[in-house]
Structures are given as structure tokens and as C-alpha cells.
Design a protein around this ligand. Structure first.
Ligand SMILES: NC(=O)c1ccc[n+]([C@@H]2O[C@H](COP(=O)([O-])OP(=O)(O)OC[C@H]3O[C@@H](n4cnc5c(N)ncnc54)[C@H](O)[C@@H]3O)[C@@H](O)[C@H]2O)c1
Length: 451
């Protein structure tokens, strides 16, 4: 607590009042600045250990270099794409996002858009209000019996699939990660989704791979005309190609909560003249638009703030429960010195059937949640220094849930840490000594790197 008096948090956007209040109650010192320029914030950011931001500006290298005392960045929103995560990770800054806070809102919004489009609710509403009573022209389509394809099966995609329970639809999902399908959606190849889907809902982040992903070729690869919902990112869609598909009837209707033309802050549309494709969207009946409010409900306003408080609290006040969660979750590897590793590998291959690669031999298993996990068997050369300062002929490697949090904890508990944490594409690593001076490697794994 004493210590916490020194933790100063700068709030850069306004959020639900509980965020400020609860952080204050926990002993943090809150400051706010909703108006200064990025440069003005940079000039004083070295005074702060934490920042809370929505989407006001990009947290880039320049900013992070000035933020010399920063311990965490909390983004009151689903993703962290406005932050240079790699650089922040290298600086050991905790990155916090709150997709748990608005995923239900996005799931409901996507469903709302789809039902409105298929039942022509918006058109019918306008028509009646203009004094008409046209029934045949507003005949709708039913969802029952259709196949819904979801691309990107993370927080938002899963939430949408959950909302579709009870509609008697087949739900397929496509994701670049393996084994993400669940009881609400069957994971399939992109080609199968494109063959079968009557509805496509996009739930991917904006990355170099998803930038302009939904273009002419992508749309034409669908076997049937389909309804299109985008609550993910506008820049993943080539709007001009979407418009052409609407004109030809390949896309039956589009519900767009996000637009290619949005500013990066998501708070504004572009300035200046409207592109022709945008004008078409504005004037077309089977297009439903909303101003990036999928995750923007009264409930999510509160939930996002609460998730952020809980995550900051977990860093500074780990409970017994979270502490247990953050420690060892399995054996990551069996590493040992060998006089002639080539011969040994051949022997183990011939007699015990172990296949090795650069990491050794990989054993696959599933944890309680059904995730694919791996453990390595790895002979090292006799003269390796990788186990130093340990004198042992072997080194234990443990799988852990969050190596950074665990190292901080172990440090507080007086455990000797060896070297600095290191990050690779197969996970993060840290090293400690046990009381007998044996080095232990802690590994926060990314198992899919070995597949
Ligand atoms: N409209 C809104 O108000 C609103 C609110 C929250 C989130 N979002 C957006 O929703 C999207 C999803 O957010 P999330 O929290 O579910 O993210 P997430 O990281 O939990 O899930 C995204 C999933 O997409 C997958 N993916 C990444 N690249 C892919 C590709 N090329 N092809 C197929 N799958 C790919 C990932 O493996 C992951 O499973 C993001 O773009 C986010 O910004 C919008």
C-alpha cells in the first residue's frame, strides 16, 4: 500500500466513473488530461506509471521512449492495435485490454443488424413513417436453415456464435489459429465456409493479412449470394468491391458498423468529399450503417471499466487465486547434456521412436480446456553454457501462464532471477535459481509455433 502511493495513472480519455473511483479506493493516484496534444502528454509522461486510454492517439515508439517509468497501458476497448505492442513488451510494460467488456454488445449488435437486414425492418419502418403500407415489397427472409460463416473466432466471433443458439442455423467459423471452434461453431477451412455460407460476419483484427481482405476475388469465391455483416474493422473491406457485389446481387445486404473511411481514432469519419462507393452505401436500401457502436452500450461502458480495474488490480494486488493461476502449469521441457547428441538422438529414434528437430522431440498433449500443449525433450551438447550457473547435467523447464507476472512475484519473494526475460515467436522465457543453485527455465509457451 505504501508503495502504491507512488503509482500515478494518467487518464487520457473519459470513461465510466467507476474506473477512477475504484482505482482511487485501491490507493492509486489518478490524474486526467483529455485535451493536451500528444506532444504535450509526451513531455510529462515520465511522471506516470500507468495510462488509461481509449483510442485518442497511437502509442508509438516515440511515446514509449519518453514514458520511462511506465508499468502498464490499459486500453478501455477490445484490442491493442493502436499500441506498438512489440516495443512495449520489450520495455516490460503490461498491456491491458478489455474484450470481455464489450464482446456481448458486439454479438448482439451483429445479430441485430442481421435480423434487421433480412427482415427489411429499416426500410419498412421508413416506408410506414412516410405514409405507405407496402407489405409485399417488405417481405423478409428467415434465418432458420441458413448457414452462418464467421471469420475470426476470438472474443467477438465467439460471442456472435453464442447469440445464434436457438436460431436453428449451421454456424461455421474460419480462423488462422487451430482448434478454436467450440460447441457453437464448427471450424472449417475458408474454402468450405465460402462454399456453404448464406451469411458472413467478420470478426478479425486489422492486420496486414486482413487489410482489404474482403475484395472482389474473396467475395466471388462464395458459392451463393450472401448477407454481409462487418463489426470488425472497415479497412478489412474494399468498399468499392462490396458496392459492386451489392449491385450484382452477390451480396444480398450489408450491415456495416465500421467503415473503410473511418479515422484511426474511430471517433470520426474522413474529412472532405465523399467517395462514390460511400455515397452508394448511404443511398442503398439494403445497407444498414451504424457509427462504430457495436461495442458501445450502456452495459459495456460499465463492464469495460470494471474489466480494466480488475486487470490493474491483478497486477498490483495479486490474490492467492490469481497467484496460483500465474505459476507453473506443466513441464515444458526435459533438457540434458549429452556427450554425443547426434548418436543419442539416433538411438532414441531407433529404439524409442523419438523424432527430433531443432527443438528436440515434441510431445503433444491437451490441457483441461482442450488446448493443444507441447513439451520438449532436448539433448544439449556437453559443453553448453545454457544451464549455467547451475552445475547440473540437466535443466528443468516449466510451462507458466504469465512469465512476466511470475518473475515479478518471485522477485518480491526473494527468489534469484538469472538474466532478463526474453521473447521469441514460440514464447517468453525467464530464468531463476532454486535454493541449491540449479537454474530453472520458465516458459510462457506459444505451442502452435511447434506444429
Ligand atoms: N464494432 C465495435 O464496436 C467493436 C468492438 C470490439 C471489437 N471490435 C473488433 O472486432 C474484431 C475482433 O475482436 P476480438 O476481441 O474478437 O479479437 P480476438 O483477438 O479475440 O479474435 C480475433 C480472431 O481473429 C483471428 N484472426 C486473425 N487474423 C485472421 C485472419 N487473417 N483470418 C482469420 N482469422 C484471423 C485470430 O486468430 C483470433 O482468433 C477486431 O477487429 C476488433 O477491433 C469491434
Amino acid at each position: 500500500m505504501e508503495n502504491l502511493k507512488k503509482i500515478k495513472i494518467l487518464h487520457l480519455d473519459s470513461n465510466h466513473s467507476l474506473l477512477w473511483k475504484q482505482l482511487e479506493e485501491l490507493g492509486f493516484e489518478n490524474h486526467q488530461d483529455f485535451a493536451s496534444t500528444k506532444e504535450e502528454i509526451e513531455a510529462k509522461i515520465q511522471d506516470y506509471q500507468g495510462i488509461v486510454i481509449r483510442s485518442r492517439f497511437k502509442i508509438d515508439k516515440v511515446f514509449l521512449d519518453k514514458a520511462t517509468n511506465l508499468e502498464f497501458i490499459a486500453r478501455v476497448g477490445a484490442g491493442l492495435e493502436s499500441i506498438d505492442c512489440e516495443y512495449a513488451n520489450a520495455k516490460k510494460i503490461h498491456l491491458i485490454a478489455a474484450p470481455e467488456g464489450n464482446r456481448n454488445a458486439v454479438g448482439e449488435h451483429a445479430l441485430g443488424m442481421l435480423l434487421s437486414l433480412m427482415n427489411k425492418l429499416n426500410q419498412a419502418n421508413l416506408s410506414v413513417k412516410n405514409g405507405n403500407w407496402i407489405r409485399e415489397g417488405h417481405r423478409g427472409h428467415e434465418l432458420e436453415g441458413k448457414t452462418v460463416g464467421i471469420i475470426g473466432f476470438g472474443n467477438m466471433g465467439k460471442s456472435f456464435a453464442k447469440k445464434l443458439r436457438g436460431f436453428e442455423v449451421e454456424v461455421l467459423c474460419y480462423d488462422i489459429l487451430p482448434n478454436v471452434g467450440d460447441q457453437n461453431a464448427k471450424q472449417v477451412a475458408l474454402e468450405e465456409l465460402q462454399q456453404k455460407a448464406d451469411v458472413l460476419s467478420l470478426h478479425t483484427p486489422w492486420t496486414p493479412e486482413t487489410d482489404k481482405m474482403v475484395d472482389k476475388e474473396f467475395i466471388n469465391a462464395f458459392a451463393k449470394p450472401f448477407w454481409f455483416i462487418n463489426t470488425a474493422r472497415g479497412k478489412s473491406v474494399v468498399t468499392a468491391d462490396l458496392v459492386k457485389a451489392l449491385q450484382t446481387g452477390k451480396i444480398l445486404g450489408a450491415g456495416l458498423d465500421v467503415l473503410e473511411y473511418e479515422k484511426l481514432s474511430f471517433e470520426k469519419l474522413f474529412d472532405g468529399e465523399k467517395p462514390a462507393a460511400f455515397t452508394y452505401l448511404l443511398e442503398t436500401e439494403n445497407v444498414l450503417l451504424s457509427p462504430h457502436i457495436g461495442g458501445w452500450t450502456f452495459e459495456s461502458h460499465e463492464k469495460l471499466a470494471q474489466v480494466i480495474v480488475d486487470k490493474i488490480k491483478a497486477i498490483y494486488f495479486p490474490t492467492k487465486e490469481t497467484a496460483e493461476l500465474k505459476r507453473v502449469t506443466g513441464i515444458g521441457g526435459f533438457f540434458f547434456k549429452s556427450k554425443d547428441s547426434k548418436k543419442l538422438i539416433e538411438w532414441y529414434n531407433k529404439h524409442l521412436g523419438l523424432k527430433t528437430d531443432q527443438y528436440g522431440s515434441t510431445f503433444w498433449w491437451k490441457d483441461k480446456e482442450g488446448n493443444d500443449c507441447s513439451t520438449q525433450w532436448s539433448p544439449f551438447s556437453d559443453d553448453t553454457t545454457y544451464f549455467s550457473p547451475s552445475k547440473k547435467q540437466f535443466m528443468q523447464n516449466f510451462r507458466v501462464e504469465n512469465v512476466e507476472l511470475l518473475l515479478n512475484k518471485l522477485k518480491q519473494e526473494g527468489v534469484t532471477i538469472v538474466g532478463e526475460m526474453e521473447t521469441y515467436d514460440y514464447g517468453k522465457f525467464g530464468w531463476i535459481l532454486d535454493p541449491e543453485g540449479n537454474k530453472i527455465e520458465l516458459w510462457e509457451p506459444i505451442d502452435k509455433a511447434f506444429q
